[in-house]
Design a protein around this ligand. Sequence first.
Ligand code: KIV
Length: 278
Amino acid sequence: MADDLSERATRPKVTVPRITTMKGSGELISMITAYDATFAALVDRAGIDMILVGDSVGTVVQGRPSTVGVTLKEMQYHVRMVHRASPQALVVGDLPFGSYQAGIGQAVDSAITLLKAGAESVKLEGGTSVAAQIEAMTRVDIPVVGHIGLTPQSYHRMGGHKVQGKAAGNQAGQRDRLIDDAHAIEQSGGFAVVLEGIPRDLAAEITSKVSIPTIGIGAGPDCDGQVLVLHDVLGLAELPLKFVKHYADMATGTVEATRQFIDEIKAGTWPDDAHSYH
Ligand code: KIV
């Protein structure tokens, strides 16, 4: 186990070109979110390919109902912490709502802010509607990941976090539009696209139609890679979501450890002499 971990820790640095060539190579891409240095160091050590400093920090860490309120300054702060602790993984900084929708100048400025904080690429939500922003960022060598389907920043349009792409049509969130959105991201220079909360067959169709890697979350197993929110993987988040798997139960572990700590304080058995200075 220790050997396996040290081998993963000394693997080559994951770069944008490396991710691009993974599509079709048979190696699936792994991505997970992290928001601070402690967890970033652990997932990097485990061998993750990409760390997404997601604006899901708004719901997972800040306790907001949606990601809409997250600011660029907050993302800059979290990107800085993750960057310091992620020597191997490719760090993706999420552009929050309101930091790119107003135009290409705003998008490039915001992306530069995250790159200067340590991100090696940025992610934004939308397809055709943000193609100009993606094109402008990639023109100045800022690698961009697209994100379509259940885009959490569209919370108000969707009426909550709702599965998209079930109905045929060209309206936002409909099936044909999502295929166009994926093509728009590819053609404007995005190097990968996150497919979130869409039917498995649609994700498979998009994956076969675009040349860039697709990374799924709630999009079935036929994508070029998968991403989950760290707190879901660790069993820290309590919302029962169909597409989430808890690989650990850290909620129970945390409550139990804290209970023992409280009990030992109350009993006067903590700290004992072995944990005291003399
Ligand atoms: O912010 C985030 O964590 C994300 C993932 C859900 C893909 O965008």
